[in-house]
Ligand binder design. Structure first.
Ligand SMILES: Cc1cc2nc3c(=O)[nH]c(=O)nc-3n(C[C@H](O)[C@H](O)[C@H](O)COP(=O)(O)O)c2cc1C
Length: 253
């Protein structure tokens, strides 16, 4: 089985920071201001350290009225001109899942700096993004970056844990239960939550639910699954077909 590049990529200190931000992260679409100079430097530093192979993150400025579009029932993004572009080299294997992992790690770092973010893969104008692209590179999503007008008061709309697990998760070991819970609260495009989890004999499988969901969503879920295991030693392998990844914990490694 092929190992995922996430294994050993983030330090225990980074993982602890990401994990602490998981339950505080939510999509922010209204901002008071762009990040200040210190926050911007910290974001630049983070962006240079978090990117798995085939991905990079560029921090830019743009008039938000030109950058963001609108969608029925979704607030339009406003209040900050600062954004990050998520860029993928389409020739690198698993680059889209890597971008899901790295982009989410970047957003969790931003949350720890008191900033708000929102994955935006659809409701933006690509022509307004001024990042320079190398051959084979593509912008797959952006996020606004700024001081949130409001955070922590939104109801988190998610499926129940039982509905995304094949067997009763309360019968699973704590690490597998926590990993599944961490996936459950992950963000996904149009909140589709396109994942299912299955535990058997020290392995936790992450599966794609039928045909819905993107490879970015599944990368985000891989990061959340790994963070949920916390300090317990584990390895993430790529799966095949509907099985996106398998996490093998401790004594079976
Ligand atoms: C890959 C991806 C793409 C997304 N694209 C958009 C988008 O184009 N516009 C938008 O307003 N929100 C977008 N979102 C945000 C989701 O709607 C949001 O994460 C989901 O509704 C869950 O809400 P939460 O992030 O507040 O937990 C996207 C999220 C993900 C993960």
């Amino acid at each position: 089985m092929e190992k995922c590049a996430i294994n050993g990529f983030y330090t225990p200190a980074q993982r602890a920071r990401f994990y602490a931000a998981v339950s505080r992260r939510e999509s922010v679409r209204t901002f008071i201001s762009a990040p200040d100079g210190e926050q911007l430097s910290a974001l630049q530093y983070a962006s240079a350290r978090l990117c798995l192979p085939g991905t990079r993150i560029e921090i830019r400025e743009c008039d938000e009225k030109k950058l963001y579009g609108s969608m029925p029932f979704v607030e339009t993004i406003m209040g900050t001109s600062c954004y990050a572009a998520f860029i993928v080299d389409m020739n690198v294997p698993h680059a889209l899942e890597h971008m899901g992992i790295s982009g989410e790690a970047f957003m969790l770092e931003a949350v720890n700096m008191g900033l708000g973010t929102c994955w935006v893969a659809g409701t933006y104008h690509r022509s307004a993004v001024d990042a320079e692209l190398n051959e084979n590179e593509k912008i797959v999503a952006i996020t606004p970056l700024g001081v949130p007008a409001d955070m922590g008061n939104k109801e988190r709309k998610r499926r129940n844990l039982r509905d995304i697990c094949f067997t009763a998760p309360d019968q699973w070991p704590l690490w597998a239960y926590n990993a599944a819970e961490c996936v459950r609260i992950a963000p996904s495009g149009i909140n589709l939550q396109p994942w299912q989890l299955n535990y058997a004999g020290r392995t936790l499988q992450l599966l794609k639910r039928s045909f819905v969901g993107s490879r970015l969503d599944m990368g985000i879920a891989i990061l959340h699954m790994s963070l949920g295991v916390q300090e317990k030693e584990h390895v993430v392998y790529w799966g095949e077909g509907r099985e996106v990844a398998t996490l093998l914990a401790e004594d079976r490694i």
